[in-house]
Design a protein around this ligand. Structure first.
Ligand code: NAP
Length: 283
């Protein structure tokens, strides 16, 4: 039976620390770290994420403002808002909630964010820094995974970490963060042949696929740590991960549940990045 990696509990502990650090920062500088979140259109999932981010900021003493823009906004108007936020002194971090409506060029929009305020770490400058192991901002979801491993004292050094998924948001940066912590890393994707043969070699298996219950028991080595990044709905409309929890839990040594595993850590790491941004900007 696996030990459950509790993302809610870990997140609460990390947020307490961030709250203390924010308070110390405000005392020392007289400034409050500030985050601007930009949301375009009315995607219900995005609206929930944005509300949660705003609430989490308030709880740790970070100023936050939400810019809700209509779906009909054109690219120039959105870029003009980003320019304004780039030069706004009370804003240290800017986050544009993805996905954007189809008529807006996501890459162009993300490129416009000042890399020093890019708390999602999606700007190519920050992606490049991650590649060379010189981080300013850690990409939130992979950083949340690393924080969970650290919290549960699961060592990555010298261990084989297999990541299923190569997205720019999760899979690729996850590989870089694990590499920095001296793991031997394998990245798998939809064209990987004999996937189960590879995943069965993993000491630490990270699933970032986006397919409900994709990872089955016969893909996991006895005693492996299994990290489930996926957020999916199953046939009954219930939230579930990429890992078939009921099958895999009996053979893993550690496992993250969905919900309550990686999910709560993502916003926590955003708070951490916003504080880091403020510290850098007021240095
Ligand atoms: P994504 O961009 O769709 O990437 C999915 C990856 O899975 C791709 O690299 C794809 O390979 C690979 N894949 C798909 N089918 C596969 C198969 N049959 N065998 C092996 N690999 C396969 O998704 P994402 O943005 O990385 O997100 C992944 C999951 O994490 C989603 O469920 C998402 O909702 C969740 N997520 C959670 C959080 C959080 O806060 N917990 C944050 C972000 C994302 P190809 O590259 O070859 O297409």
């Amino acid at each position: 039976m696996a030990k459950i990696i509790d993302g809610k509990m870990t997140s609460t502990a990390v947020r307490e620390k961030i709250k203390r650090d924010v308070s110390k920062f405000t005392e020392e500088t007289g400034k409050t770290p500030g985050l601007a979140v930009v949301i375009v259109g009315e995607n219900p999932a995005s609206q929930v994420y944005v509300r949660n981010k705003h609430k989490a900021c308030g709880e740790v003493g970070i100023y936050s403002e939400v810019h809700e823009l209509p779906e009909s906004i054109n690219e120039d108007e959105l870029l003009a808002l980003i320019d304004k936020l780039n030069s706004d002194k009370k804003i240290n971090g800017i986050l544009v909630q993805l996905p954007l409506p189809k008529h807006l060029d996501e890459e162009k929009v993300l490129l416009r964010i000042d890399p020093n305020k890019d708390v999602d770490a999606f700007h190519p400058v920050n992606v490049g820094k991650i590649m060379i192991g010189n981080f300013s901002f850690l990409p939130c979801t992979p950083a949340g995974v690393m924080e969970l491993l650290k919290h549960y004292e699961i060592n990555t050094s010298g261990r084989h970490c297999v990541i299923i998924g190569r997205s720019n948001i999760v899979g690729k940066p996850q590989a870089m963060l694990m590499l920095k912590e001296n793991a031997t890393v394998t990245i798998c994707h939809s064209k990987t042949e004999n996937l189960a043969d590879i995943t069965k070699q993993a000491d630490i298996l990270v699933a970032a696929v986006g397919r409900a219950n994709f990872v089955k028991a016969d893909m996991v080595k006895e005693g492996a740590t299994v990290i489930d990044v996926g957020i999916n709905r199953n046939a009954e409309g219930k939230l579930c991960g990429d890992v078939d929890f009921n099958e895999v839990e009996p053979i893993a040594s550690y496992i993250t549940p969905v919900p309550g595993g990686v999910g709560p850590m993502t916003i926590t790491m955003l708070l951490k990045n916003t504080l880091t941004a403020a510290k850098e900007q007021y240095k």
